[in-house]
Design a protein around this ligand. Structure first.
Ligand code: NAG
Length: 382
């Protein structure tokens, strides 16, 4: 009997290794893309098909069209005139009374002298350029519908002084009160999707959703170096937020955040598949009887043993607030104090096109690794 030659044996091993590598690669690749990203990031020709993005959102803001029905507008200049913006500037684009899909010609550092008011049916699409909005005022999504904000790097937003601003070409110039210094402030707005933005270090919130806003998805963003990350619902007295429905999914929180990831009043939040670096005070908080489903998140607790609780129930009667944790993963001693355990699990009432598969927590570090603004190159998968 002849033994198999060592050479054949070696070839066999190489073949097995190649097959294993192939299997590994084919499994590993799709794992990087969550339900939203896989809709567009696999396409190397994303730059020729930018509006495809408008079909990719999931969650309560899934129907936000942005500027899908309009022309592509390219921002070519980085200066800002709040009252009489020049054609080619960002403010000129967002104040037009027609749908626009707004892109950026090159890397830009835009310093807004007054808050930037977005009108309805606008997409800000930062893909393909490094677009910073920083140093002074930032974005306001006020009393509008169908807004998509994607791929911007927004930081160091400051409180603004009172002054005149072009609100829209139909409303004209108005004198506005001082603003808080939020990165993105969403007020009385519906159908809004905030995706893949990098948000840090502002005077007030990074994203605030208030005054009867509804149908919002906040996904794939990276929040870091900031105190109060996200406020949903602005006062215990205001009834306008009681029907608010918000999806917070696939975001990366931290490092360097203290609290409000998010903090919610009234309304309903589906907080799913987010990755939480250690926080300073708490991660998810609320008052005024909000309903929260925390599902498939990874919570890494801080070292301070007094701050390991994910949740902060602020004056919220445990029997009224239904705060439930489903398939979350808790690391470094993090724990979630549930309430409303006598009530059914508050599953999100998604319509068909809004619903998405919540992933196992094992995959969450991977699908949130590229949260924040992506570096996208034309003709290459993003
Ligand atoms: C909000 O928008 C609606 C319709 O677009 C308008 O009628 C209303 O006056 C606006 N509200 C404010 C406070 O400007």
């Amino acid at each position: 009997m002849e033994l198999p030659s060592p050479r054949i044996h070696k070839m066999g091993l190489i073949k097995i290794a190649i097959v294993l590598l192939f299997i590994e690669a084919s499994f590993a690749l799709p794992l990087h893309y969550n339900a939203i990203d896989k809709c567009w990031r696999k396409n190397p020709n994303w730059a020729q098909d930018r509006k495809k993005l408008a079909t990719c959102a999931k969650g309560f803001g899934a129907r936000a069209k942005g500027g899908k029905l309009g022309d592509i507008y390219t921002v070519t200049r980085d200066d800002d005139n709040p009252v009489n913006p020049a054609p080619g500037s960002l403010r000129y684009a967002v104040s037009r009374h027609r749908p626009l899909w707004i892109t950026f010609a090159r890397d830009m550092y835009i310093t807004l002298h007054m808050p930037l008011f977005l009108t309805s049916h606008k997409t800000l699409d930062g893909r393909g350029a490094n677009v910073h909005i920083a140093g002074m005022s930032c974005l306001r999504v006020w009393n509008v519908t169908h807004v998509i904000i994607h791929g911007l790097i927004i930081h160091d937003c400051k409180e603004s002084t009172p002054g005149n601003v072009l609100i829209s070409t139909t409303k004209g110039v108005e004198k506005i009160y001082p603003q808080d210094g939020d990165a993105i402030s969403i007020q009385s707005a519906k159908q809004v999707w905030i995706d893949h933005n990098t948000l840090s270090h502002c005077d007030d919130g990074l994203i605030d959703v208030t005054l009867g806003s509804n149908k919002i998805t906040i996904s794939n963003n990276w929040f870091f170096n900031h105190n109060e990350a996200m406020l949903l619902g602005n006062s215990d007295e205001d009834q306008a937020d009681k029907n608010m429905m918000i999806t917070v999914a696939f975001n990366r929180f931290g490092p360097g955040l203290m609290q409000r990831m998010p903090r919610i009043r009234k309304g309903y939040a589906h907080v799913a598949n987010n990755f939480y670096n250690p926080w300073g005070i708490y991660a998810i908080g609320g008052s005024s009887d909000p309903t929260i489903l925390s599902e498939g998140n990874v919570f890494v607790g801080p070292n301070d043993y007094t701050k390991k609780q994910v949740t902060e129930h602020k004056g919220c009667d445990g029997s009224l607030c239904v705060w439930r944790s489903l398939n979350d993963e808790f690391l470094q001693g993090a724990y979630f104090e549930q309430s409303g355990l006598d009530k059914p699990l508050p599953m999100p009432m998604y319509k068909l096109h809004e619903s998405f598969r919540v992933l196992k927590t094992r995959i969450v570090p991977l699908v949130t690794k590229e949260a924040g603004a992506l570096t996208c190159i034309p003709h290459v998968q993003c």
